[in-house]
Structure formats: C-alpha cells, structure tokens
Write a protein that binds this ligand. Sequence first.
Ligand SMILES: Nc1ncnc2c1ncn2[C@@H]1O[C@H](COP(=O)(O)OP(=O)(O)OP(=O)(O)O)[C@@H](O)[C@H]1O
Ligand SMILES: [Mg+2]
Length: 279
Amino acid sequence: MMARTATRSAAPAAMTTPAQLERLGEHLRKLRLLKSGERLEALLQHAASHELPYADFLEQVLGEEVAAKTSKNIAMRTAMARFPFVKPLETFEFAYQPSLDRKQVLELASCHFIEHGDNVIVLGPPGVGKTHLAVSLGLKAIEAGYRVLFTSAAHLIATLTKALTEGRLEEKLKLFTTPRLLIVDEIGYLPIDRQGANLFFQLISRRYERGPMILTSNQSFGAWGEVFGDRVIATAILDRLLHHAVTLNIRGNSYRLKEKLKAGLIRSHDSESQPGGEI
Ligand SMILES: Nc1ncnc2c1ncn2[C@@H]1O[C@H](COP(=O)(O)OP(=O)(O)OP(=O)(O)O)[C@@H](O)[C@H]1O
Ligand SMILES: [Mg+2]
C-alpha cells in the first residue's frame, strides 16, 4: 500500500477556479481586507510556483494586509495631527546642534515620556530646530500608535477665545485634551492677553498629569511672566508643566542661516555676528 505523502504546499493557482476567486474576493471585501483582495491572485500564483507551505502563504497574506492597514492608519493620523511640515527625526542633523544631547532626544523618540505622562519643553532662539524636533517626536508618537495634535500657541489661544465668546469653550477644550499628545509651538512670539493666559491655564490644568505635551518657546522660563502678561498665571502654568518634564535647551545657530550660507546668499563672516542665542 502506498504511503500518503503530506502535501506541504498551498493549492496551485491553476486549481483555483474563477468562481472560487470571485468568492474569495467577496469574502475579503466583506472583511475589509482590501490589500489582500488586490493581491490575492498574485500571492496565490507566487505560493504555487514556489510551493510555499500553507503557513508561509497565510503569513504573507496577513503580513501584507497588516502592513497596508498600519501605513494607512499612520498616514491618516499624520494628516489629523496638522503638522506644519512632515520631517522625520532621521532628517535632523545633530552635528549642527552640538548643545543638543542626541541620546536624550533618541530616548524621547522611544515615546516612554508619553507613557509616563511627561512633558517635553524645547527652548531656543529662532531657527535652531525646535519645531522640527517637535514634529519629529510627534511622528514617532504616531508610529507608536498615539493620537497627536499640533498647534501654535497663537492658534490655540485664538481658538479658545473664540469658543468662549460663542459659548463653546467646553467643546474646544475637549478638542485639545483628547489627543494623547498635544504639541504647542511658538510660545513667546506673540503677546498673550490676560484672558488668553487664563484659557491657556485651563487647558494646562486639564492635561496636567494626564496628557503629555511638547511645547516650544524662544523665551526662557524666566520671561514667561511677560509672555503671559501675568507673573502669577505664568508661575502656575510652569509649576504644572515642569512637575514632570524634560527640557531641551538648544543654544546653537539658526539652521536657516546654514541654508542661506550654502545657497551663497550671505558670506560666512556675516553669520559670525548672529547671536548664538543662549536663552
Ligand atoms: N539640525 C537640523 N537638521 C536639519 N534641519 C534642521 C535642523 N535645524 C533646523 N532645521 C530646519 O531648519 C528650518 C528651521 O527649523 P525650525 O522651524 O525647526 O526652527 P525653530 O527653532 O522652530 O525656529 P522658530 O523659532 O523661528 O520657529 C526647518 O526647515 C528645519 O527643518
Ligand atoms: Mg518654530
């Protein structure tokens, strides 16, 4: 009697009838496995010609589907984050900013600060890469599965002020408290009135010890009293922000200057007169 040999490979494509392909396509559509629907025929043919074991075939189909869904989800959350530009951390030249601790930034990129509910505050003069770092860390957070929202301090306060006059403050505060990570860029460029400072304080209080934030500012903490037009509110804001926080103080030259130098728009000794910008 002949021993039955176990077949290791998935059924060859030739054995898949058009009607069966149709049914498989329908199942995949119903399960919203769209990538698998697109790739099914090609994957079946590949499995047959390479005599792929069943488990390998299934792993390939599911692996491609998961990869497609993950990248779609990342793209969607990146669009929802409303970044001013999308620049991954890998494009940041650490060599140009020696005052920045690369290891510390890479540790932040692991997103443990989000799990711990810590804030990150990036200080430095114009052009040193504060927004770039904030965006790059935001992108890492998105890759790690978090929801992120980017806003400027001016836009945040204008939105809350308008909401207050329209009786929709609660709704707008929720908008800024629900994302797991909130990035507030450019604290200090535009003066904030008393009402704006109060609204900002309300938001900080709500996120305190719950939702981590990344904030950037061109002003040292000592100058935040002037930024918020009220020393008492500024102290209350800083007290909460700094309770669990990592501060990155960048003391280098503007990267915009480097780009101008490269383009020959200014001579190199012009750059020497630019402030190094310790804040
Ligand atoms: N170290 C760096 N490596 C690569 N690109 C950089 C670096 N620093 C800054 N850049 C680029 O230079 C430009 C200015 O940087 P960015 O907008 O992050 O500066 P900033 O500190 O936020 O300045 P500002 O205070 O004026 O808003 C951006 O295009 C940014 O991508
Ligand atoms: Mg900026």
